[in-house]
Design a protein around this ligand. Structure first.
Ligand code: SF4
Ligand code: SF4
Length: 445
């Protein structure tokens, strides 16, 4: 066990944390919804393909969509029942997405073959990775990159450091915090599997200082299980949990522009993903549920809820007492990187870490004025970019210039927009600019 140190990265901001609303609330199990919606796209990469038909009966844990390539994962029925439709349904990330709709039989019958196997650490690496893909694992911190791909670095990119991400720097969200307090052993055993797969010599658990109880729990358990893991206390600063910033804080290494963590010998996984790796490898249990923080001034009750994937947002909000009359914007995720939602018929997906309901006042956007060249956006950008310039390039359609000023390195953390006194929606402009650059690159290839 390593010594407690406090590390960080340059840039970043300190938005109000708003964690107290839910950080002390134990995870509650949400009742089963009467219907779930399982979209084919819940991960980065090729969408999965439905393998069931309307009218089929399915068991919980049964694959209903298969992966369509290496960078793709299957999805599973999260309840038992009947497939009532395979059609476009509202999706948290945008317009309608093809989805398998399952009506519950109320029995929660599970597919056979799921159960703990004592000797799971003796499985060969190929079998472990195949179980991780078959379980449909994709980064549960919100990035949703297929886990088996991240854990299969090419031979010319040896990994010497694995970092378990327990930072949860996004305001309001406490699902990872609660998981660390309530099921730390599963996380650490998942981390042990990941370390075995990567062959990394260093394993670090990074947690922000504001979760001192989780730091203590992890330290004690690491010592008790005699695991060769360091627990590192990180400065409370947003976006400490972003991969590149976490790597910088823990190892001092900088991921190069356009590069990946593996370029500097690192892999990062979220605590929820590590727990899911344990379930997948040791029990062949697919990813059919996750913890969601339901919070915000616009909610009647705030909770950390364990809910089945595919549960409609409306069901989850109702379980938490419903939204208040003065509720405003509803966001999937946190206020910095989350996405505003237009339909409460959209389902919880693998990357849904929270549902944040703001009130009317908080939802109001301030009117945008002209840039006063204060450079605050530049000071806080954790990627060392020039948000003010990038925004201006995009506004004036100078996409080539935006590309030359590394717009693609933007991690969309929102820090620049947060501090901008002119209320310029820099992230929106930069996101749009990134799409234009990506189109240009595709056209040229
Ligand atoms: S430019 Fe991108 S990375 Fe930099 S602060 Fe703005 S959103 Fe974050
Ligand atoms: S923070 Fe806003 S006003 Fe200040 S330089 Fe950046 S874009 Fe301009």
């Amino acid at each position: 066990m390593g010594l407690l140190k406090s590390k960080s990265f340059s840039g970043g901001i300190h938005p109000p944390e708003h964690k107290h609303e839910t950080e002390k609330k134990a995870i509650e199990k949400c009742p089963l919804p009467s219907m779930v919606i399982i979209p084919v796209q819940q991960h980065i990469g090729a969408p999965a393909k439905p393998v069931v038909e309307k009218g089929d009966t399915v068991l919980a844990g049964q694959p209903v969509c298969e992966s369509t390539g290496f960078v793709s994962v299957p999805s599973h029925a999260s309840i038992s029942g009947t497939v009532t439709a395979i059609e476009q349904r509202p999706h948290p990330l945008g317009p309608g997405v093809l989805s398998v709709v399952i009506e519950s039989d109320g029995e929660d019958k599970w597919v056979p073959g799921i159960g703990y196997e004592e000797n799971y650490l003796e499985l060969d690496k190929k079998e472990m990775l195949s179980r991780i893909q078959a379980a449909g694992l994709a980064g549960m911190g919100g990035a949703t990159f297929p886990t088996h791909v991240k854990l299969s670095p090419p031979p010319d990119k040896p990994i010497n450091t694995f970092i378990l991400n327990g930072v949860e720097c996004e305001p309001y969200l406490t699902s990872d915090h609660r998981l660390m307090l309530e099921d730390p052993k599963k996380i650490l055993l998942g981390m042990q599997i990941i370390l075995h797969l990567l062959g990394a010599s260093r394993a670090v658990i990074g947690i922000e200082k504001n979760k001192s109880d989780a730091i203590l729990v992890m330290q004690r358990l690491v010592a008790e299980l005699k695991l060769p893991f360091e627990v590192i206390s990180l400065k409370v600063k947003y976006p400490q949990g972003a991969e590149k910033q976490l790597i910088k804080a823990v190892t001092g290494r900088s991921v190069p522009s356009g590069g990946l963590p593996m370029d500097v010998g690192c892999v990062v996984q979220n605590v929820g993903t590590a727990a899911a790796v344990f379930d997948a490898v040791a029990s062949k249990r697919p990813l059919v549920e996750r913890i969601v923080t339901v919070t915000g001034k616009g909610m009647n009750e705030t909770k950390n809820v364990l809910t089945r994937i595919g549960t409609p947002f409306s069901f989850l909000l109702d379980y938490c007492g419903g939204i208040q009359d003065h509720a405003g914007k509803i966001i999937m995720g946190g206020p910095m990187m989350g996405l505003a939602q237009s339909s409460m018929d959209a389902p919880v997906i693998k990357g849904t870490s929270g549902l944040l309901v703001l009130d009317e006042k908080e939802s109001r956007r301030c009117a945008e004025s002209v840039c006063i060249s204060c450079a605050r956006c530049i000071d806080v950008c954790p990627m060392g970019l020039m948000p003010k310039l990038l925004g201006a390039f995009v506004k004036n359609d100078h996409i080539e210039d935006a590309k030359n000023y590394n717009i693609l390195d933007c991690i969309e953390c929102g820090s620049c927009a947060y501090v901008c006194p002119a209320h310029i929606n820099l992230v929106h402009l930069i996101k749009y600019g990134k799409m234009q650059v990506a189109k240009q690159i595709k056209k040229a290839s």
